[in-house]
Design a protein around this ligand. Structure first.
Ligand SMILES: NC(=O)c1ccc[n+]([C@@H]2O[C@H](COP(=O)([O-])OP(=O)(O)OC[C@H]3O[C@@H](n4cnc5c(N)ncnc54)[C@H](OP(=O)(O)O)[C@@H]3O)[C@@H](O)[C@H]2O)c1
Length: 254
């Protein structure tokens, strides 16, 4: 029987690459994004290339109601959930600008909005999707949950909403792994460095060069380099690994 994998944020970037890698392994794929059309486009591409089944949903991972409805529909249509990848994420790039103390209080409203959006999508979204998927995995006594954090969850950053949400994902991975291990459900995490996606094309060329110089391998990563690690964590090849975070960052953090 085919493995059923739900991937959040699967319409582009890292999530789309993970969908391709899983499809190569003949998993059936559920693609989740906020924009239904973009998720469907990737689904059509996968069906044509790999002859697998796909489903695409518009679902905000930060909404308990939307995730409950979506995951229950997945189980009704495909029968189970074997793998969940919590990849959906946003970076509002709201920074603490302590050089500009004139605007410190005026910036607060906007910074707090960014904080709330990042915590809701990146951290609460991971919790909601994991909690609900684990409910189905507990019944079948197996499962693999893979969370996507970031180097910014490990090192200090001037964007505290993004950084704290990604630190939280690493901690949540351990907490859920500990509770679920006895039921043969593994929970692991990947902390990518700078990866070439829409999220990093937003950076100015100057900033990109500064960051590249700080990476021992002197380049940004490719989405496929994250997808291969996700495929390993999803598979039986990692059957005795749980609660861990794998750094994939060209040596940026050692
Ligand atoms: N790129 C990097 O350098 C890098 C580094 C470290 C960690 N990461 C992490 O890796 C993950 C993927 O990043 P990426 O660069 O591939 O990002 P991306 O290209 O911006 O893609 C983000 C994906 O998440 C979806 N998404 C956003 N908010 C959502 C929500 N509330 N509910 C459901 N789906 C939502 C988007 O779908 P819609 O457009 O339809 O909303 C899109 O499919 C993120 O968690 C990010 O923080 C990225």
């Amino acid at each position: 029987m085919r493995q059923i994998a739900i991937i959040t944020g699967a319409s582009k970037g890292i999530g789309k690459a993970i969908a391709h890698e899983f499809a190569k392994k003949c998993y059936d794929i559920v693609l989740i994004g906020r924009n239904q059309e973009n998720a469907e486009k990737v689904g059509d591409e996968l069906e044509k290339m790999y002859h697998i089944r796909t489903l695409a949903f518009s679902c905000d991972v930060g909404s308990k109601e939307e995730v409950e409805k979506t995951f229950s529909e997945v189980v009704n249509l495909l029968g189970k959930v074997d793998i969940l990848v919590n990849n959906a994420g946003i970076n509002s790039r709201k920074t603490l600008n302590s050089n500009d103390n004139e605007n410190w209080f005026t910036d607060f409203e906007d910074n707090l909005l960014g904080w709330n959006q990042e915590i809701s999508t990146n951290l609460t979204g991971t919790y909601i999707c994991s909690y609900i998927a684990a409910g189905y995995m507990l019944k079948q006594k197996s499962g693999s949950i893979i969370n996507i954090s970031s180097i910014k969850g490990k090192e200090p950053t001037s964007s505290p909403g993004y950084g704290s949400s990604k630190s939280g994902v690493i901690k949540l991975t351990k907490d859920m792994a500990k509770s679920l291990a006895q039921h043969n459900i593994r929970v692991n995490c990947i902390a990518p460095g700078f990866i070439n996606t829409g999220m990093t094309t937003e950076l100015s060329p100057d900033k990109k060069e500064i960051y590249k110089a700080m990476i021992p391998m002197k380049r940004f990563g490719k989405v496929e380099e994250i997808a291969k690690v996700a495929a390993f964590l999803a598979s039986k090849d990692s059957s005795y690994i749980t609660g861990t975070t794998i750094d994939v960052n060209g040596g940026y953090l050692m």
